[in-house]
Ligand binder design. Structure first.
Ligand SMILES: *[C@@H]1O[C@H](CO)[C@@H](O)[C@H](O)[C@H]1NC(C)=O
Ligand SMILES: CC(=O)N[C@H]1CO[C@H](CO)[C@@H](O)[C@@H]1O
Length: 306
């Protein structure tokens, strides 16, 4: 996610409801491809789950397109074998991928419903301006109608689209679950101000959602993505990529958010060296290969204890 550093209004929202007695649940975003860019198979996902279990407390991951690399069919038996939960993704921007991803999920939904935690219809589609809230809600409901009721269905988007009202129709539509993405890094924050920014983003988004829904527990709210690139990654203004900074962000931001009672997905479990550079809002090429908590070979970059 990329958000420009537009100045933020002072906040006056209630403390997010996610403040519960229990600590939040930790999960990881997980890619569908191996180091060389070829597709992962069931055995690769099983290896991924073993590494995640070995190095962290997580037993839930999220993906983005269920048909890409036949992901749903390959990851679900691995998840069942390793007792992992999975959030499967649908890419609704074009009708073809919407249908392919929906079919990939309905094909595994009955057999693996115990291991499918939720389904996201769209990842930052509102941020990209691809849909209105009403259009996205319609896509979510189309998917919800085709799945067992035990599987939660919602969407993931950038914190500022939840805060500024763009997602209000989705919130009012009564979706099961929402994933709020927040990257102080993409807001060009110095690491020493990154945690404060991350907390403010989340508080604003959760506060607005809860105002609109009138409920503290429905929809269920997660931080859908957060993270910090390690050494080898690109800087983004004052936000400097380094393993030391990622470790600091983990300890202060991620551990702090979990302690606050918010469940979250760290972006991401493993480096993805096959990824091409992307062009950021600042027009500069940005490395997308070094966001992993672990290298592509599964070596831990810093402690994932809190
Ligand atoms: C630091 O973060 C806070 C909280 O988000 C923000 O209000 C402030 O503007 C940030 N400082 C800088 C220098 O960007
Ligand atoms: C509803 C809508 O705006 N859909 C568009 C989303 O983005 C894709 C790809 O850019 C377009 O093809 C869709 O028409």
């Amino acid at each position: 996610m990329r958000v420009s550093t537009a100045s933020l209004a002072l906040l006056s929202v209630a403390a997010p409801a996610a403040v519960q007695a229990a600590t939040g649940t930790l999960g990881f975003a997980l890619g569908t491809k191996k180091a060389d860019g070829t597709c992962k198979f069931q055995a690769d996902y099983e290896d991924d789950f073993d590494l995640i279990s070995q190095h962290s407390s997580a037993s839930i991951v999220r993906g983005y397109s269920a048909s890409d690399c036949n992901a749903a069919a390959e990851i679900m038996p691995a998840a069942a074998a390793k007792n992992f939960q999975v959030v499967l993704g649908i890419w609704p921007d074009v009708q073809e991928s919407f249908e392919a991803d929906t079919s990939a999920i309905t094909a595994v939904a009955d057999e693996y419903q115990d291991n499918i935690y939720a389904v996201t219809v769209g990842s930052e589609t509102l941020y990209r301006g691809n849909f209105t809230g009403e259009e996205l809600l319609d896509k979510i409901n189309t998917v919800k109608d085709q799945l067992p009721s035990s599987i939660k269905v919602g969407t993931a988007d950038s914190w500022n689209k939840f805060d500024d009202g763009t997602a209000d129709a989705v919130i009012r539509g009564g979706v099961d679950i929402l994933f709020v993405n927040a990257f102080a890094y993409w807001q060009g924050q110095d690491i020493d101000n990154a945690t404060a920014t991350y907390f403010e983003d989340m508080q604003r988004a959760f506060g607005h959602i809860q105002d609109v829904s009138g409920s503290l527990d429905s929809p269920e709210l997660w931080n859908g993505e957060t993270g910090w690139p390690t050494t080898g990654g690109s800087d983004f203004g004052p936000a400097e990529a380094s393993t030391e900074n990622a470790q600091q962000y983990w300890q202060q931001g991620v551990c702090g958010m979990l302690e606050w009672g918010v469940s979250l997905f760290y972006f991401e479990a493993f480096d993805e060296p096959w990824k091409p550079d992307s062009i950021g809002d600042n027009g500069e090429a940005a490395d997308e290969k070094h966001w992993g908590a672990m290298t592509v070979d599964g070596d831990l970059k810093f402690s994932l204890e809190c």
